[in-house]
Design a protein around this ligand. Structure first.
Ligand SMILES: Cc1ncc(COP(=O)(O)O)c(C=O)c1O
Length: 337
């Protein structure tokens, strides 16, 4: 048996999703007439409570378009030190927007408003002006942690009061929606823009979306083209995303339940495990690379997220048997140590 817990991006499209892709009416989205992409963008904007939306090939591109769209070269963008654009987007903010990042340390990846504001410095020719705050929810490196709505509201209000825009990197925003019961439009209400991904917990093969005001989305559409992200019969992919929105949101609760079972099992086996808020379980152990390589040979695929950390992620293609198998193999590894 093989259980793949490396990421929630490893899912294969279900038979029903593939059928939806086959049946999708298509056009040329670069020429603006793919009806399925249009339907997806309208639906995403509606769900996020924003004026407009843009389908993008990846969450990385959606974040980069947001940063490019809200800033000028030489600006500073504030975000948590573990945030995706600072750590895993290939230096994109510096290259694409010409901005610098101010990484702010926070426990479990969750910014505390009063710890952010000292980084918004007064106007001074020596300083790069902070013009954008990016917030990640759920916070990946924070262990899939979830913000309290009051904190999100305070971050957005504080940013706006200081003249900053606020962008939500909601790659896994629906995990937060399902964990808290707060609807997406409420979650995103204070933010000027939100991106979210279809290709993570929602189980689509490709694609993300960037939502915000119509003029901002129009700018993002031009920048997407500039980056080579214009896609022609993209309705094939948009159909998978629409199917995911219709069928794969509520079931994220199953992923969260399985992450909790995994956490309980690993703790019972004696591991140092962070309590999961959503679909991620971070385990602290010695020689993480070596342990992950060994577990791979036992049919448990996982990623070393650092020299002493393994990340395990539950998703659509992980069932209860897979979780039991993972717990059993981890326990055997510990007994052998
Ligand atoms: C929080 C967060 N934002 C953005 C991304 C980027 O998404 P993509 O891999 O589609 O570029 C990821 C990817 O894992 C992520 O975890």
């Amino acid at each position: 048996m093989i259980v793949d817990l490396r990421s929630d991006t490893v899912t294969r499209p279900t038979a029903a999703m593939r059928q939806a892709m086959m049946d999708a009416p298509l056009g040329d989205d670069v020429l603006g007439d793919d009806p399925t992409v249009q339907r997806l963008e309208a639906e995403a904007a509606r769900r996020a409570g924003k004026e407009a939306a843009l389908f993008t090939p990846s969450g990385t591109m959606a974040n980069q378009l947001a940063i490019r769209g809200w800033t000028q070269p030489g600006d500073e963008v504030l975000m948590e030190a573990g945030a995706h654009p600072f750590n895993y987007e290939a230096g994109g903010p510096a290259v694409i927007a010409g901005v610098q990042i101010r990484p702010i340390a926070a426990d479990r990846g969750l910014l505390v408003p009063d710890a952010v504001w000292p980084f918004v410095r007064p106007p001074n020719d020596h300083f790069a002006p902070a013009t954008l705050l990016c917030v990640e929810n759920t916070a990946n490196r924070g262990g899939g942690s979830v913000y309290a709505q009051a904190t999100l509201d305070a971050l957005c209000e504080g940013a706006h009061a200081r003249g900053l825009k606020a962008h939500l990197d909601g790659a896994r925003a629906f995990n937060a929606v399902v964990a808290t019961g707060v609807p997406l439009d409420r979650l995103a209400a204070g933010f000027d823009s939100i991106s979210f991904c279809f290709s993570k917990g929602l189980g689509a093969p490709v694609g993300s979306v960037l939502c915000g005001p119509a003029d901002f989305v129009a700018r993002a559409r031009r920048h997407r083209k500039l980056l080579g992200g214009g896609m022609r019969q993209a309705g094939l992919l948009a159909a998978a995303a629409l199917h995911a929105l219709d069928h794969h949101v509520e079931r994220l609760a199953d992923d969260h339940r399985r992450a909790r079972t995994l956490y309980d099992g690993l703790r019972a086996a004696g591991y140092d495990v962070a309590e999961p808020a959503t679909n991620m379980v971070y385990v602290t152990l010695d020689a993480a690379e070596q342990a992950a390589a060994h577990l791979d040979t036992e049919g448990v695929r996982c990623l070393a997220a650092g020299p002493r950390v393994i990340r395990l992620v539950t998703h659509l293609d992980v069932d209860d048997d897979g979780i039991a198998h993972a717990v059993e193999r981890f326990a055997a590894l510990r007994r052998a140590a």
